[in-house]
Design a protein around this ligand. Structure first.
Ligand SMILES: [Fe+2]
Ligand SMILES: [Fe+2]
Length: 174
């Protein structure tokens, strides 16, 4: 049985994951318009992943006898100065998401809600992986640089990452 406070926090997280999904979908469209097909594939694939983070939470609240509820979802940013600006914003957003997950874990622990505490461990590892992934994208952008053919090579790297993520997604879950 979930407390009302935990249900409220889980529902806020549902909204945040939905926002993340919309943000990355929108960012993917920006890449497309800039001719960055790898970036578009990577970000739209990641939008799907964020949606699955949302449905995982949705299922948990529902199974636990709570009511999952969608609130208003803010309009995502659609203008970026450059691909670096875009990924700076992605990284900043993921750091914020991690802080929200940490607050949820802390609240579950304080309430001695060990079922929710245990459920949230998956999100802790996921945030660690995502921060590392997006940090590696920023590192690549820095090393390659955006001048000359830089954008082309950055896009190639993003295309590889999109393929890797799709392959990981296709792997059967052990
Ligand atoms: Fe997420
Ligand atoms: Fe994320």
């Amino acid at each position: 049985m979930l407390s009302a406070a935990i249900v409220e926090m889980l529902n806020e997280q549902i909204n945040l994951e939905f926002y993340s999904s919309n943000l990355y979908l929108q960012m993917g469209a920006w890449c497309d318009q800039e001719g960055l097909e790898g970036g578009a594939a990577f970000l739209s694939g990641h939008a799907e992943e964020e949606r699955s983070h949302m449905t995982r939470l949705w299922g948990y609240v529902s199974e636990s006898g709570g009511l999952p509820k969608l609130g208003a979802i803010a309009e995502p940013t659609s203008e970026f100065e450059s691909i670096k600006d875009l990924f700076d914003q992605v990284f900043e957003h993921e750091v914020y998401v991690t802080s929200r997950i940490n607050a949820l874990v802390q609240a579950a622990f304080d309430e001695k809600d060990m079922t929710t505490f245990n459920f949230l461990q998956w999100y802790i590892s996921e945030q660690h992986e995502e921060e590392a992934l997006f940090r590696s994208v920023l590192d690549k952008i820095k090393v390659i640089g955006m001048e000359g053919k830089g954008l082309y090579f950055i896009d190639q790297e993003l295309s590889k990452l999109a393929d890797q993520a799709a392959a990981a997604e296709a792997e059967p879950v052990a």
